[in-house]
Design a protein around this ligand. Structure first.
Ligand SMILES: [Zn+2]
Length: 165
């Protein structure tokens, strides 16, 4: 950030505070060369995330809807209350980090399944059975078999597959 007075590049932040609900950061800077003080504002770029559904329709990414879907899958599972919220936040962060303006809805479904699979295997199966709409019991069995192969016994509780001490 160049000094508006003398164009020096070196400036020092002398004060920094959040404005309007932390969406903006206001910084007071001081030029290292001429000591001129000026203010800069830093704002989060809230780029729109557009979801392209399977039928080609587009809609804005809805983090709350995603969280609701995750919560539903995790109903009555032995996990902490905010785990669905955290997973939704993590998925949103991942989508934003990818930088693409348009995201196929299948990408979100895949990320959601990955998260649930790591959190709780029953929730994962619930979500996957709706999302992937398993054709029949064979499909479902295949998915469960895959879980057994990769993770040990399903159930999701930490330590459930460990041998007793
Ligand atoms: Zn200056």
């Amino acid at each position: 950030m160049r000094c508006p007075q003398c164009s020096e590049r070196e400036t020092r932040v002398v004060d920094s505070r959040d404005l309007d609900d932390s969406a903006t950061i206001r910084r007071r800077r001081e030029c290292s060369s001429c000591s001129f003080r000026f203010t800069t504002y830093e704002r989060v770029e809230a780029a729109r995330l557009v979801v392209v559904k399977r039928d080609g329709t587009r809609q804005e990414f809805d983090r709350d809807k995603l969280a609701a879907g995750l919560r539903k899958a995790l109903t009555r599972r032995p996990v902490t209350d905010n785990v669905a919220e955290q997973a939704a936040d993590a998925i949103e962060a991942e989508l934003r980090a990818a930088g693409a303006g348009e995201i196929p809805s299948s990408r979100i479904g895949t990320l959601a399944m990955e998260k649930l699979r790591a959190i709780d295997q029953i929730a994962y199966i619930r979500f996957a059975s709706v999302y992937q709409s398993f054709e029949d019991l064979e499909d479902l069995k295949r998915e469960v078999d895959t879980l057994y192969e990769t993770k040990g016994a399903p159930g999701g509780a930490p330590g459930a597959s460990e041998a007793p001490a």
